[in-house]
Structure formats: C-alpha cells, structure tokens
Design a protein around this ligand. Sequence first.
Ligand code: ZN
Length: 413
Amino acid sequence: MQLKTILLFLFVIQILFTLAMKYLSYQGDNSSQLHEQILKYFTEVDIQKGIEYARSGFFASVLSDLLDFVVAGLFVFSPLSMKLESYLEKKTGNRFYLTVLFFFLIFSAVQFLISIPFQYYFGFVLEHQFGFSKMTFPDWVVYTGKSLGIAALGGSIAVVGIAFLLKKFRRSWKYLLPMISLVFGLLFSILFPIVITPLFYEYKPIEEGNLKTKIVALCEKAEIQIENVYVINESKYSGHTNAYFTGWGENRKIFLYDTLIQNHTEEEIISVLGHEIGHWTHNHQVKDIVIGTMETLVLCFILSYLFQKFKTEGSISLREFYSPSTLPFLFLLLSLFGSLTRPVWSALSRTQEIEADIEALVLTNDKKSFINTEIKLAKDNQGRLNPHPAEVFFYHSHPTTLERIHLAEAWKE
Ligand SMILES: [Zn+2]
C-alpha cells in the first residue's frame, strides 16, 4: 500500500476519533451510582449547570475541529503547499528565510481567520452567557490582538530559527533541536512572568495581614523559599479562579488570582497553595521538561525517518526537509503522534495532581478546607461533575472533582 494511502487512512481515523470523543464528552457519565455520590456534595442544579456549560457550543466546536482538519488536509494532500512555496520564492527573489517566514505567516493567517469567529463565540459570547466574562467587546479585541501578536512574533522567530538549524546542520539537527528547545523552554518559563504576564495583567504584592502571614508560615513549613506573593487582577477578565507558582530557585513567585481571594476563605486559599507547593516539592515541572525533551528527541528521529520514506516513495510531493512546504506535512505527523501520546501525558499529569493533592493534605492537615475548596472551585467554574471516563482518560489533566474529594475523605488527619 502507498504511504500516502496509509497517512490518509490515519488522518481519517483521527477525525473520526475526535468526533467520537466529542460525542462521548457531550454524553458524560450518566450512571445512577455516580449521580448519587455526587449528590452527597452537590445539588441537582450544580450537576445540571456543569452539564450545560460543558455542552454549550457543541456544534460550533465540531465545526471548528472539522474546518481545522480540512485546512490541514488541503495543505498536505493537495499541491497547495508546493504552489505557495514556489509563488513566495518568486516574490522574495529566492530568499530562503523570507520564504519560510511568509509561508508560516500565511499558513497561520489562514488558520487564524478560520478560528476567529469561534474564538469570539467561545471566548466572548458563551463566557458572557454563563456569567464568567467581564470583558467589553473592545477589551476582548485588545486581549485577542495582544495574544495574536505574541503568537505571531514567537512563532516566526521559532520557525525561522528551526529552518536555519535544519538547513545548516543537516545531520546533527536531531540532537541540537531538543537541546536548544530545552534551553529556550527554561528561558521562557523565567521570562514569561516578567515579560508576558504584565502585558495582560496588573499585579501587586499581597497586602500585609493574616493571609500573608499564613502563606509565609506554609512556605516555611514546606521549606520553600519564595521571593514574594502577588495578587493578579483576573477579575478584570473573568470570574474563573486560580493560583500558580512561577520562576526558579530564589526567584519563585506565587500568583493568586484576586477572584480566588474574593471567593475563598483563608484556609481554602492555603489549601490551594499547599497543592501548588506539592508540584514544586515533587519537581513536577523539571520532570515534565526532561520527559518533554526526550519526546522531542524521539520525534525528531521519527520525523526525519518518515520524511525520507515519503520522499523516496514520492506519493506526496515533498522538497527538502527544511523547505517551508514541508511544514504542514510535519504538523500533520506531529498531530497524529500527539493523539497517540496524549493519554500518556494526561495520565502523567493526573498522577502529579494526585501527588500535589496529597502534599496539600500533609502540609495543611485540613481535609475539610480541601474538600470545601474542591466543591467551591467546581461550582464557581461550573465544572462538569460527571465527565465521561473516556474523556478523562484521553484528555483530562486533573482527576475529577469527585475523585479528589474521595482522596481527601480517605485521608487520615
Ligand atoms: Zn495542580
């Protein structure tokens, strides 16, 4: 069988799988046993609200996914990529890096134009309908424009940089690329809170008082050094709540959403932070980076091997590995591999979340606040309380709310 036929077959399987998962997510888990367990902590209204929020925009999201597949399919299985590359070569007078840059920008612009009505519908219309978004329309335009600008700039630098690497180091790029992306990943995680976060949010150090004293005590108990605790104005955008750590070593910062402070008791906030500290003490970020780098290394070898196979067979027209017209082909292969490795990453993430939950319980010795936090978070974010097990297996980064509550219930103080 031709390689092109196999690729097309896998592509169709991926589309069908995506649709099947959408359907299962829509359905959720309707077992009466689960329903009863949920009712110990939530009301029928909570369950219903979670279902409505999860189901909202179902057909729009199916359409959005299908359009993405159509664009990807057109660029890979038709001569479109080749034609675009030849056209850009003529326009730029055969300047390689300019051709790469324009190809990437045009490819991204097509995807952006298709996604923008959906971004507006999901990020603005539905978020207002469910009472989360506080943004006015101009706010939303500015927010989306900034995100787009950052993505276009970051993506352009990355793509031109990778093209340079592939062209100049035709053999050793497979080792260089994972190492360089590791360095940039680390650099990015340091620069993100300093450069990107201030573009969207204002944040200030937390006020002196009870909460800060408790946070400092918690960090001392966990033997963690922090530079400071900041409150970030998420309420400007939405009612969603969150807290996170950023930075490394002595530059570690804690960011608390102001929405979290408004809606939760001090004990509950401490419980949330205990969880975040758990991620630090178990080195989850470092482990993820190490595993990610190894995955990139393996992928580089697989992509290079498959490219040679396809090119030799000639059923899909390909030029050089570093040619811009190869980009959609590589993106498609990456997306197929992503579908295969996704459940592994999800399972790893859920394991880490459980570790962090246990750390929160150990540090705070306060399972009541832990459970109350879970209940409040689910209610405030209108979380789906009865997701389908297949959805959890493939996509969920966190255990379900009920699983987390059960973990805490089983905990002996
Ligand atoms: Zn977590």
